[in-house]
Design a protein around this ligand. Structure first.
Ligand code: SAH
Ligand code: SF4
Length: 393
């Protein structure tokens, strides 16, 4: 990053409706769907029922065509199919790692591409979804941060990633059968893919509301974790309007080092961030915040850093997730040694915090944290620039 790197939120949000094309129902909130059905001539007295029926077909049963909506009259189905489509983004490539992790390259309107990663675990599975093509922020250890921001994803493109993963996992319940929480392959969502979710707040919120809706995908808000680099003004809003769990990319224990690693720190520093985090658990009625901490050799991984971290977060119900740095071509950092990560984790654990070390998953297919980037988009920075900005030249 440069000292004057702009941190901006005014990015293009792609319109839901192409100039003359039909409206895509996927991504509309319940209210949005209701309004669309009224526009299409559905009588007011029927609209609540029709909204519920169509919602269930789409989000509970995974249906993509009006013809299959057998509890709607045929002429009504024909009307709907003239005005609307039910479209998820296209999967253009699917890669499966040796460890079972699946990475989908997803094409969205305009020909842009984002990545979505499914991580199977014992008795559950987590889908890591993207919220932007690229990112306006330029965290120096992140591959996505080297890619220019192209645009925000729409709510439909965000929830669409969940739907294509369920398609691939064959996880739409049989007609009329509610999904069983114990046997779900896709049981958790993390907003930890490409982009800064809090710079695309409305679309992320609407998509997560759809994911949480009890008549559809029906994931509890406690199974959704939004990761932010620290967009302070949107954090309280996240608690109030989404209510999901929060993870924060902390990564540095002094402003000097955090400024370098997570440049948004120059706008909202550690103190400002911690202030707003203190209020989050109560506001969102959730137990604790996850502090993500990437382990970079000789940069932020000393015992002193661990002790400073504990002091800083004192009083905040927290879990510290240590992420061994995942390398990418041209990355200016190295992963901390395993013994160093262990010592760091021990100090935190002894202070009374859970300190799990995140096992890198899907590294062989570049699906691990911070490795995502769409090759089709123009790189913002050269390798030389990246090294210079990280102070390694
Ligand atoms: N923009 C959001 C969410 C996406 S990044 C955020 O920054 O929080 C998801 C997580 O991966 C963040 O904690 C991020 O700091 C971390 N990450 C990024 N690059 C990484 C890398 N190369 N190795 C390990 N973790 C990385
Ligand atoms: Fe953007 Fe998050 Fe990567 Fe930072 S770590 S550049 S905020 S995606």
């Amino acid at each position: 990053m440069t000292a004057s790197a702009p941190i901006t939120q005014d990015v293009l949000t792609f319109p839901r409706k192409l100039p003359d094309g039909p409206v895509n129902l996927i991504g509309l909130t319940r209210e949005g769907l209701r309004d669309a059905l009224i526009d299409a001539g559905t009588p007011e007295r029927q609209v609540k029922m029709r909204t519920g029926q169509i919602w269930q077909w789409i989000y509970q049963k995974g249906v993509r065509s009006f013809d299959q909506m057998t509890n709607l009259a045929k002429p009504y189905r024909a009307d709907l199919s003239e005005r609307f489509v039910i479209e998820v983004p296209e999967v253009v490539q699917r890669q499966v790692s040796e460890d079972g992790t699946r990475k989908y390259l997803v094409r969205i309107a305009g020909g842009h591409e984002v990545e979505t990663v499914y991580i199977p675990e014992q008795g559950r599975g987590t889908l890591c979804i993207s919220s932007q093509v690229g990112c306006t922020l330029t965290c120096s250890f992140c591959h996505t941060g080297t890619q220019k921001l192209v645009r925000n994803l729409t709510a439909g493109e965000i929830i669409g990633q969940v739907m294509i993963a369920r398609d691939d996992l064959g996880e739409w319940p049989e007609l009329g059968r509610a999904p069983n929480d114990e046997t779900r392959l896709l049981s958790n969502i993390v907003l930890m893919g490409m982009g800064e979710p809090l710079y695309n707040f409305e679309a992320v919120r609407d998509a997560m509301k759809i994911a949480m809706d009890g008549e559809g995908i029906s994931l509890s808000r406690r199974r959704i974790t939004l990761s932010t680099s620290g967009v302070v003004p949107e954090i309280a809003r996240t608690a109030e309007e989404i209510g999901c769990l929060l993870a924060v990319s902390f990564h540095g224990t002094t402003d000097a080092i955090r400024d370098k690693l997570v440049p948004i720190n120059k706008k909202w520093n550690i103190e400002a961030l911690l202030d707003v985090l203190r209020a989050y658990p109560k506001l969102s009625n959730s137990e604790r915040i996850t502090f993500e901490y990437v382990m970079l050799k000789d940069v932020n991984d000393s015992d002193e850093d661990a002790r400073r971290l504990i002091k800083l977060i004192s009083g905040i119900p927290a879990k510290i997730n240590l992420i061994p740095f995942n390398e990418w071509p041209g990355a200016p950092y190295q992963r901390s040694d395993w013994s160093r990560i262990q010592s760091f984790a021990d100090i935190i654990y002894k202070a009374g915090y859970a300190s799990p070390i995140r096992t890198p998953r899907g590294e062989d297919i570049m699906a691990a944290c911070g490795q995502l980037k769409s090759e089709t988009e123009r790189a913002r920075k050269s390798r030389v620039q990246i090294a210079a900005e990280a102070g390694l030249d």
